[in-house]
Design a protein. Sequence first.
Length: 567
Amino acid sequence: MPASPSTARAINDRLALRLLQQEGPLTAGKLKQLTGLSRPTVADLVERLTAAGLIAVVGESGEQRRGPNARLYGIVADRAHLAALDVRTEGVSVVVSDLLGEVLTEASVPISGDSGTGPAVEQAVALVERAAKEAGAERLHTVGIGAPGLVDPATGELRDSSGLPEWHRRLVAALQERLPARVIVENETNLAALAEQREGAARDRDTFVLLWLGHGTGAAVVLDGALRRGASGGTGEIGFLPVPGTGALPSATDCAGGFHSLAGAAAIAELAQAHGLVADGKAHEPYAAALVRRAAEAAGAAEAGDSRRPGRADGAAGGAWAVGGGAGAGAVRGGAGPAGASGVGGGVEVVGSGGVAAAGPGVGGGAGAVRGGGAVRGAVGVGGRDGVGEAAVGASGVGGLGGGGEASVGAVGAAGGRSGVRDGEVAAGDPEAGGSGGGVGRQDAGGLRGASPEGDGGADGAGGGRLGAPEERIAARFLDALADRLAIGAASIAAILDPGCVVLGGEVGRAGGDVLAARVEERLARMTPLRTEVRAGALGGGAVLRGALLTARDGAQDDLFTPPVRA
């Protein structure tokens, strides 16, 4: 059934406005070319949109051209003003923009945990009003809000969630009362996914999952271009996912014991401490992000250097390394097996105070032993055998995953010598292992000092396989252990949804960059037959605020870009 004249006009008007939004100012001739509409139809829609105050002449297409055909038409940006809020447990950030999404002002305010509900709400509302005034906005047309917790898909209201401040829910009602504006509320992770799809790492993906890694954890699911919220708005509450290695199960009111206990900011900081890694934190981001950023920079530099050294990929010898459990209290003992036919030495046994991971046998090497709880990861693609409370996965140079404490082992190169980190020390290769040389560095308050070489390490490629300076090796081990943890959650997502792409979002995901994403993707390839690309998020923690602004802009344009229909 053909559209009525009024419906056709509305469709044409929205098409023209979308093109002006995407392309910027255009002439009537260019609109004709892009829309495929006839010249009279384009002339009519330009007249209608101008009369509605939505577009105006903003210039001419060339200095030498004059007349109606040279006029450039653009959207009237100050036709409406928008606001976007990123509501966190510790404060609120806000931006105010024009109808095109151009940011005019931004501000934030911390809100302490001991603030009462009323004062907290007043602080947040006053911040929005102040920002709107600074932007010159007499009134706000639409306000987009990103908040943690569940948003009821039927009512659009933020549901009462345990563990979140009461002022979050009260804020929405207060804004609706104080501001003559439309208020749209959405889960923060969903908004981050929207922003990454429109302007970030997932611009070429219609189907993907964003794994949020910030203070907490979450996931957003986009299938066939549509955000999926679930029956109760809880799609992506991955922090409650039961996983091995936590020693407990989550409950309906507490995600402790779930994936959050492995990948939340506090858990990542504890993992870094166990590996002796420290960093200078930045304001307005989790300390875990600073730790991951430092590790990624160090490991990335080392791996780039190793790739330029001849023979690095096929080094004939390279000691295995281990990090003791807990805060460096584990013991490390070398295996006894002699070198096998492929030049692979014996296994390594690691006993950690909080968790255990051991290198399994290499090719022709002796077997590694395991005692205690935790996760087991074999070396060079050979997985250990399953045991109680253990998870065995073949790997090459990959650290293990434990419970409260951590013990990590990864084989570097092809020989199975030994070196370790225990009692606060950082040990380089053991001379007897045929690795890249010994040497010990110690951790102090300022970070890590380098090691002085001892022993005969051999030439690069022949006795090489050295990963880098002590800090770089520790950084790589830490990232390996973190990737093990993230791969558990990502594998669960891949097995159920088969998204083809997982974006590591949030402050931590962006901080890890391609170095962390590649490690997670490598592990996924061993854990699931479903091919899944892993990408680092491009927008970090700012994705929530950007997504909230995009949502407000879409809402305002949906309203304003439907001019009154003439009979």
